[in-house]
Design a protein around this ligand. Structure first.
Ligand code: 3HC
Length: 653
């Protein structure tokens, strides 16, 4: 084995060279790696003792794509298309040996090789669209040649990966083999091809070009899914306009489109989110030396909407769950909710029937706290009342095994108060799930004053197993997300008194990219949260609405009027009610521009985010972005509130 430059190593097996690239963690194709590949391939071409080359990677994966950290910086030569072209043009056969995930530029490099052998467990895809980009190293031209235009468009505009077997069926991979023989088989194939001097260049395949109508239909069919993002449409454009051109002209065209997208606001924001989602895992005081606690059995106290959702999430991840309620009726209802959610998972295709049955089989409904004695982690999801929660913590502390973690799903309350009700405050943590808990990706992990590092590490691992993104937050009222949400709600309420139309506010929030504006969200959640008729004094618009039994979607009237299908319509009555309220309270009304509304809605909550950061409740601004993207519907392609606030110069420099 000859080490070429610390990244590439060349081994020879007879007359076949094996080039192994080792650039942890994921063999991203940054400048040094591109250079290493280029030099090695050129050396191979010049080497008369070698007849064929295998390109493989060390570590956990084949090339995971271009190096995203380089994007947006001045380009460094050679660029990836140049490297892929040199491989493809080689006069001697080159075989890619693929393990792990061949993604983006990694798959593009593999498509530039003449043959592709993959491990059974491998997967591949072109996920550039998720970064607001298109495949920029020939992918838009080579993939349609290998798998057909329709499948290529689906893969590139969704960015989803496919497994090795599917790639083989599509003709993208030539062979799939058991993982442990990957290299041997790739070398053998390279040797066979060398005997016939067989190179097979993807660029030489004559693509079947569909009629223009097909592309139009594709765009129309997927219009909703593509939304406002330029990348998916540009991918379609690259294929549609590129395929009829000569290959080099088509890849030049692709490159121009790629660089345009690279500079788009959407791509910059999406790249920020890519790293933000990984940075949330980096928590000071938690490192490889922190040993997480084992968790296999989870107790959930409270079988309401949240408790049942948490139970489903845990069951689907393979945990056994003890679900505890106080009465037979509540327990039965909770069990039915769990079963219904699992059934919905089956009918929507997210879950197989047997997986749903197995999950339900792992559920133990119970009326006894004592059954929680075997749980490794107990999550309290009871009514949001501090006294109720405190007494639960005190009770379960006496029953739970000493090493068990006790968690609260509170969305606002002081975790340390509950820890204080136990004899194990270092084992108490907040696990704030978001509704519906089996769907929403965010998990706020609330660190109490004494929460131990291994408890936080365990919570992070739990989140990963549940398919969630964990963000560690300090223990302060509303933590990160709800504290900012309260500010947004306050500002929206003030704006409508000051003359802004609630329906315009919702429209502007939805145009910005939120799935629902703040008033539609309020109607969905119920305007009567925390409201009681006996103490209601018409002191706020919400109180006035509840007094009229306009309590939101559940009464088919709230800020909006709803038809029987729950389609919302603006309510003249509500508009009048707001005007009268403003007059009574002497609030001066005025007209608002769309920009004023947007700023009025977002700027104060972003300023609150800055306070959360200054107080150390969030570890970094990008953690706040992740919270709002995964918990509150902030459009991912806008990068999150703190990213947006910085871009708009709303934050101190
Ligand atoms: N560039 C730079 N860094 C990358 C990277 C990439 N393409 N892919 C992953 N990383 C980094 C991560 O930021 C992380 O760094 P950190 O440890 O400092 O936080 C580290 O590698 C490990 O990544 P993950 O935590 O995500 O590791 P996993 O094992 O969970 O997942 C993976 C591995 C499936 C490869 C996942 O990292 C991934 O999906 N990566 C992105 C793949 C991608 O989008 N490729 C396309 C890039 S664009 C492109 O190729 C353009 C081309 O068309 C020209």
């Amino acid at each position: 084995m000859t080490s070429l430059d610390g990244i590439a190593a060349l081994d020879t097996r007879g007359r076949v060279g094996v080039l192994t690239i080792n650039s942890p963690p994921v063999n991203a194709l940054g400048h040094a790696v591109r250079l290493a590949v280029l030099n090695a391939v050129q050396a191979f071409e010049a080497n008369e003792t070698l007849d064929a080359l295998v390109i493989a990677c060390a570590g956990r994966t084949f090339f995971a794509g271009g190096d995203i950290r380089e994007f947006g910086k001045p380009p460094l030569s050679p660029n990836l298309p140049q490297v892929v072209n040199v491989i493809e043009k080689s006069a001697k056969p080159v075989v890619a040996a693929i393990h792990g995930t061949a993604l983006g530029g990694g798959l593009e490099l593999a498509m530039g090789c003449h043959f592709r052998v993959a491990a059974q467990s491998a997967a591949c895809g072109l996920p550039e669209v998720k970064l607001g980009l298109l495949p920029g190293a020939g992918g838009t031209q080579r993939l349609p040649r290998l798998v057909g235009v329709s499948k290529a468009l689906d893969m590139m505009t969704s960015g989803e990966s496919i497994g090795a077997a599917e790639a083989m069926n599509l003709g993208l991979f030539d062979e799939i083999v058991p993982d442990h023989v990957l290299l041997d088989r790739a070398v053998a194939l390279a040797g066979e091809k060398a005997k016939t001097q067989a190179t097979r260049r993807t660029r030489d395949i004559v693509p079947e070009i569909p009629p223009a109508d097909d592309f139009d239909r594709y765009l129309t069919t997927h219009a909703k899914k593509f939304g406002k993002l330029p990348a998916p449409r540009t991918i379609v454009q690259a294929v549609r306009e590129g395929l009829p051109l000569a290959f080099e002209a088509a890849t030049d065209f692709e490159r121009t489109l790629f660089l345009d997208l690279m500079n788009s606001d959407e791509s910059m924001a999406l790249r920020h989110v890519f790293f933000a989602e990984r940075d949330v895992l980096k928590v000071p005081g938690i490192g490889s030396e922190t040993v997480p606690l084992p968790v296999s059995r989870i107790g959930v106290i409270g079988a309401g909407t949240m408790g049942a959702g948490i139970a489903v999430s845990a069951l689907q991840a393979g945990f056994s769950v003890i679900l505890v309620e106080q009465t037979e009726g509540a327990l039965e209802k909770g069990r039915n909710t769990v079963a219904k959610i699992l059934d919905r998972g089956v009918s929507s295709g997210r879950l197989t029937r047997s997986a749903a049955d197995a999950a339900l089989g792992n559920l133990q409904p119970s009326l006894q706290y004592h059954d929680l004695a075997s749980a490794d982690l107990i999550i309290e999801a009871a009514f949001e009342d501090p006294d109720v929660k405190k007494s639960i913590f005190s009770a379960i502390d006496k029953i739970a095994k000493p090493e068990a973690i006790l968690a609260t799903n509170t969305s606002y309350l002081d975790v340390d108060v509950f820890a204080g009700a136990t004899t194990r405050s270092e084992k108490v943590v907040g696990l704030h799930f978001f509704s519906p808990a089996n769907i929403m990706k965010l998990l706020e992990i609330v660190r109490g004053k004494q929460t131990a590092p291994e408890v936080l590490a365990t919570a992070q691992i739990l989140a990963k197993k549940l398919g969630k993104i964990p963000v560690v937050a300090g223990n302060a009222y509303g933590f990160i997300g709800n504290r900012m949400l309260a500010v947004r709600r306050r500002e929206a309420d003030q704006m409508i008194l000051a003359g802004a139309d609630p329906y315009a506010i919702d429209r502007i929030a939805e145009d910005f990219g939120f799935p629902m504006g703040p008033f539609r969200v309020s109607d969905l959640a119920g305007l009567d949260l925390g409201w009681t008729a006996s103490t209601s004094k018409s002191a706020t618009i919400r109180e006035c609405l509840c007094e009229l039994d306009r309590r939101g979607q559940k009464t088919k009237a709230g800020f909006y009027d709803y038809d029987h299908n729950l389609n919302p319509a603006p309510s003249p009555l509500v508009r009048k009610l707001i005007e009268d309220f403003s007059a009574r309270e002497h609030v001066k009304r005025r007209t608002w521009s769309d920009q004023e509304i947007l700023e009025g809605l977002l700027r104060p909550m972003i300023e609150e985010g800055q306070k959360i950061l200054d107080e150390g409740i969030a570890l970094r601004a990008s953690d706040i972005d992740v919270v709002w993207i995964h918990g509150y519907g902030w459009p991912r392609w806008r990068g999150g509130p703190m990213y947006y606030g910085a871009k708009m110069n709303w934050l101190p420099a």
